[in-house]
Design a protein around this ligand. Structure first.
Ligand code: PAF
Length: 279
C-alpha cells in the first residue's frame, strides 16, 4: 500500500498507474471502523484501484472542542486499510489542503440549513470544500460514502451535479453493532455506561418506524420519542425528524420515500443515525 502526504507525488502516481483504470475513492477522517471497511470493500469490488483519504477536516467543525477531541489514529488506520487491501492512502497535513484560511464557501439553499445544518452552521460548506479538493486531486471514477451521514450524501450529490464533477457517487448501508448502534468514529469517545445508553438512538428509530407503519400520527410518534429520551439520564435528543429522501423536506405523510433522522447527545458525544421507511 502506498501512503502519500503530498498532492504532487500522489497525482503523479495515479497518472502513471491508472491511465485507463477505474479509481474508487473512500474519503474518511480516520479513526476507522467496519463501516469504513465496507466502503473499501465496495470500492475494491468495483474498481482497479482504491484510494482512501484520511484527513480530519477543520473546515467542517463548527465546534473547536469537537475538532480537538476527534480521534486521530493514523498508524492503526493505515494498518486496517492495508489489511483491507486498499492500495493507496492520502493523509495530508492541514497546511497541504489549506495553505491559508479558506475563503470559498458553499450555499446549498435550504438543504444545508435544516437538520444537521441547523445545529452545525457551516458544517456542510466545509464538507463540500474538502470533498471538492479531494475529487480534484484524486479524480475518481466512483466515490463511496456511508448512509449514516445521509444529509452529507445529499449535499455531495448536489455538489457533483452543480460543479459537473465527472464521477459516480455510491451510498453504502449503515453498519451496526449487535445492539443497533451505528458504527461511528465518535463511539470511541463513549464511556462504558454511555456506550450502553447510545443504543437508544436506533431503538427509538425502530420503535418510531413500527408505530408509523401501524398508522400512528407523526406528531404522536415524535412525542413518544421525546419521552423515551427524557426517561434516560445523560442523553439529550437534539432532533428527530421525518423527511423526504429526495430533498430532505419535512415529511407530512409517511411513504416508502420517507427517512427518519435523529441526532442526540450521549454524555458529551454527539451521535446521529437514520432509518429509511423502506429498509
Ligand atoms: O464523512 C466523513 O468522514 C467526512 O465528512 C468526509 C466526507 C471524509 C469529509 O471530511
Amino acid at each position: 500500500m502506498e501512503i502519500f502526504k503530498e498532492i504532487k507525488p500522489l497525482k503523479a502516481f495515479l497518472k502513471e498507474k491508472t491511465p485507463a483504470a477505474t479509481i474508487g475513492l473512500v474519503p474518511t477522517m480516520g479513526a476507522l471502523h467496519h463501516g469504513h471497511l465496507s466502503l473499501i470493500e465496495a470500492s475494491k469490488r468495483e474498481n482497479a484501484l482504491t484510494v482512501s483519504t484520511i484527513f480530519v477536516n477543520p473546515a467542517q467543525f463548527n465546534n473547536p472542542e469537537d475538532l480537538k477531541k476527534y480521534p486521530r489514529t493514523l498508524e492503526r488506520d493505515c494498518e486496517m486499510l492495508r489489511q483491507a487491501g486498499c492500495q493507496v492512502v492520502f493523509a495530508p497535513e492541514v497546511t497541504t489542503l489549506y495553505e491559508h484560511e479558506p475563503t470559498v464557501t458553499f450555499d446549498f439553499g435550504t438543504l444545508d440549513k435544516i437538520l444537521e445544518g441547523k445545529f452545525r452552521p457551516g458544517h456542510f460548506s466545509g464538507v463540500a470544500l474538502v470533498v471538492s479538493k479531494l475529487f480534484h486531486i484524486v479524480n475518481p471514477t466512483t466515490a463511496y460514502f456511508g448512509q449514516k451521514d445521509f444529509q452529507q450524501f445529499k449535499i455531495i450529490e448536489k455538489l457533483v451535479e452543480e460543479l459537473k464533477f465527472d464521477l459516480q457517487l455510491k451510498m453504502m448501508p449503515i453498519i451496526r453493532e449487535p445492539d443497533g448502534l451505528a458504527l461511528s468514529s465518535r463511539n470511541k469517545r463513549l464511556s462504558e455506561p454511555e456506550r450502553k445508553k447510545a443504543a437508544l438512538l436506533f431503538r427509538s428509530l425502530t420503535e418510531a418506524k413500527k408505530l408509523l407503519i401501524r398508522g400512528e400520527k407523526i406528531f404522536n410518534v415524535k412525542e413518544i420519542v421525546n419521552q423515551n429520551y427524557k426517561s434516560v439520564d445523560g442523553v439529550k435528543l437534539e432532533y428527530f425528524e421525518l423527511a423526504n429522501i429526495e430533498n430532505l423536506s419535512p415529511a407530512e405523510t409517511v411513504t416508502n420515500q420517507t427517512i427518519l433522522l435523529m441526532a442526540a447527545y450521549v454524555g458529551e458525544v454527539r451521535l446521529i443515525d437514520n432509518l429509511l421507511m423502506e429498509e
